[in-house]
Design a protein around this ligand. Structure first.
Ligand code: F3S
Length: 430
């Protein structure tokens, strides 16, 4: 690793032993991936993935104390992933007790985050790039983030540059102000090594398309052709929502950190097929392939035929447009089904700033009478314990499906489920 004199001085301890350890870690990390130099982090804000005060993360809290005591603070204010707790989300007394024990360090950890440089007291969301949140990178910005759904969105839709870092490493990049240059920070690393030919007869479900792409290409960079037929050539709010959900599925069902959509995403518009590596392999996706992928999802519920006990909508968190649309659809769906209240406890999740704005609207006043809840929780943190493991949860998130026992359903199926109580999709038998 070739360090500048300033970087070398930090490594040698010019700003204390904690900062020296931070830089040493970044050097070792970069050398693992063949980096030969550091590049400045240029985004205004950072984002950290570790947002939860799990009682078992003692070494993280010790590390944070050491950094804070020695003044090795984040040079940029940062947002954080969603909180793991929200009393508004339905849970039984035993679950609440488990949450309390599991996340007993939440308040202490949030105090550490504030000292370290948390953007605002409510900056807890994985969709920090939503306009209401105030952490949207500019094209070409170099980031030090780790949240996979945010990294893939920033790289692909916003044209920023960020590797799929791990938790804490990303904080170290924000503290030092530089990151090792490799992978998705380089032009070569942003070349597509896979071509995805989409030839569906109907608009693909974003979450299933992302899943199919992720499971096929894993950490490679896909260049997606044929999707502009369905999405057009402009990054409207609706198109961004689609790409957010598709990207999160590709990043969790595989390990995609960047995709290009022909004629639509910034680098694909600028460079076109020059982005495709000469030996790129082709993967064709049609309606039958999406059906096959979806039918391959295992049903992880203890009782596959159980009535759902909870529906999580929004993982990653919903945008303002999505939140408003879901609320309206639920109200209308209930009216059509002759019900006043949701038939399955339902949680819509969105960033605190998005949820706050929505709660001031007339649409919310109507929605609140349905019994459904708007929360800024991370659904995965809710499900990530033995008690919730066996719970029949439905979700429109392929990320949540991948990391928990929740069952994936399309938006239409989730809507039908929460408004009528019926679950049409039984699993891989259709
Ligand atoms: Fe966001 Fe938590 Fe889902 S971080 S993407 S809501 S798993």
């Amino acid at each position: 690793m070739n360090l500048t004199p300033e970087q070398q001085a930090l490594l040698d301890g010019a700003k204390g032993p904690a900062m020296a350890k931070v830089v040493k870690t970044l050097v070792m990390y970069g050398e693992c991936f063949g980096a030969t130099r550091m590049v400045p982090v240029t985004s205004r804000n950072g984002h950290i993935v570790t947002s939860f005060g799990l009682s078992m993360l003692g070494p993280v809290y010790d590390l944070m104390d050491e950094l804070i005591e020695q003044g090795a603070l984040s040079g940029q204010a940062f947002s954080a992933d969603p909180r793991p707790l929200d009393p508004a989300v339905p849970a039984n007394p035993l679950q609440r007790l488990v949450f309390k024990v599991m996340y007993s360090k939440q308040d202490d950890y949030e105090a550490q985050l504030r000292k370290m440089g948390l953007l605002r007291s409510d900056s807890f969301t994985c969709t920090c790039y939503q306009p209401e949140v105030g952490n949207r990178p500019a094209p070409g910005d170099v980031l030090s983030w780790a949240e996979s759904s945010a990294v893939v969105f920033a790289n692909s839709v916003l044209g920023a540059r960020c590797n799929r870092n791990s938790g804490i490493i990303e904080l170290f990049g924000s503290i030092a102000g530089f990151v090792p240059e490799f992978g998705l920070l380089t032009d070569g690393g942003r070349q597509a090594t896979r071509v995805i030919e989409v030839s569906c007869e109907r608009k693909p479900e974003a979450q299933v398309l992302g899943s199919a792409i992720g499971m096929k290409v894993m950490e490679e960079v896909p260049y997606i052709r044929g999707l502009d037929h369905w999405l057009g050539h402009e990054l409207t709010a609706e198109v961004e929502d689609y790409l957010k959900d598709m990207g999160a599925a590709s990043a969790s069902n595989g390990a995609v950190g960047l995709y290009h959509v022909e004629g639509l995403t910034p680098e694909a518009r600028e460079k076109g097929r020059d982005l495709i590596a000469p030996d790129a392999r082709v993967y064709r996706i049609d309606d039958a392939e999406l059906e096959r992928v979806r039918a391959s999802y295992p049903v992880m519920w203890k009782k596959p035929g159980a009535r759902p006990k909870l529906a999580f909508i929004g993982c990653p968190h919903l945008s303002a447009t999505q939140l408003e649309r879901w609320a309206g659809d639920i109200c209308e769906g209930l009216a059509a089904a002759g019900h006043r209240r949701v038939q399955v406890p339902t949680v819509l999740t969105a960033a605190p700033a998005v949820a706050k704005a929505f709660r001031k609207t007339d649409a919310y006043a109507r929605f609140a009478t349905t019994g459904a809840v708007v929360s800024s929780i991370c659904p995965l943190m809710y499900t990530n314990n033995p008690l919730c493991g066996g719970m029949p949860i439905v979700t429109n998130s392929n990320k949540l499906r991948t990391y928990s026992t929740a069952r994936y359903c399309t938006d239409r199926e989730v809507l039908e489920c929460v408004t009528t109580g019926a679950l049409a999709w039984k699993g891989g038998d259709r």
